[in-house]
Write a protein of this length. Structure first.
Lengths: 113, 112
């Protein structure tokens, strides 16, 4: 696609429910990243994929968070049993190769009530 | 661990020049990036430095000193639309592969 696409753009969910966030990277981009940004804060690294494997998942805050990438393309970030502290904007980015910049999607704003 | 520091907030006047500093301590170095993020929007790429020196791109320039673990972003002829957060990010490389580590961001307010 022309850019990184994320869906949904907004999600309101009840505490304790599971949510699934989707990222569709730029076609041909090899690496894909998930970040979380709370209001007025910097970007918190969650996980990144090289192809379908995740060399670094050290940023996942708890075992309620998981992510997968299939076909070297679309990725889903799943949060189980959501908590209010999970409320944030979840940003996805992709890069073409090692020496290029990351392109970001518009993010999913998650609100847990 | 990886650590990147930036000032939290800066204020400047329209038409002026502002310099936003970034210092980093990372396990390795494979490039430094600057991004601009307007409120409620996604970050957009501004500049990339991997060698020491100054990279100029229109009103924006970025400088890198690898020996000092230091970079700055220079914005000239400030415009109101430059009011945004500016994020410094380092790619440590090595065992961190293609990961990016972001600083906390500097919120710049441009006043008339």
């Amino acid at each position: 696609g022309a850019g990184v696409s994320q869906s949904p753009s907004n999600k309101v969910t009840e505490k304790g429910k599971d949510v699934e966030l989707r990222c569709d990277p730029i076609s041909g981009h090899t690496a894909l990243y998930w970040y979380r940004q709370s209001l007025g804060q910097g970007l918190e690294f969650l996980i990144y994929f090289q192809g379908n494997s995740a060399p670094d998942k050290s940023g996942l805050p708890s075992d309620r968070f998981s992510a997968e990438r299939t076909g070297g393309s679309v990725s889903t970030l799943t949060i189980q049993r959501t908590q209010q502290e999970d409320s944030a904007v979840y940003l996805c980015a992709s890069i073409q190769n090692l020496n290029t910049e990351a392109f970001f999607g518009q993010g999913t704003r998650l609100t847990v009530v | 661990g990886q650590n990147i520091d930036q000032p939290t907030e800066m204020t400047a006047t329209e038409g002026a020049i502002v310099q936003i500093n970034c210092t980093y301590q990372t396990s390795g170095f494979n490039g430094l990036f600057w991004y601009q993020q307007h409120a409620g929007e996604a970050p957009t790429f501004l500049s990339y430095n991997v060698l020491d020196g100054l990279e100029e791109k229109g009103r924006f320039s970025s400088f890198l000193s690898r020996s000092k673990g230091y970079s700055y972003l220079l914005l000239k002829e400030l415009q109101m639309k430059d009011s945004a957060s500016y994020l410094c990010a380092v790619r440590p490389g090595g065992n961190y592969g293609q990961n990016f580590v972001f600083g906390p961001g500097t919120r710049l307010s441009v006043l008339p």
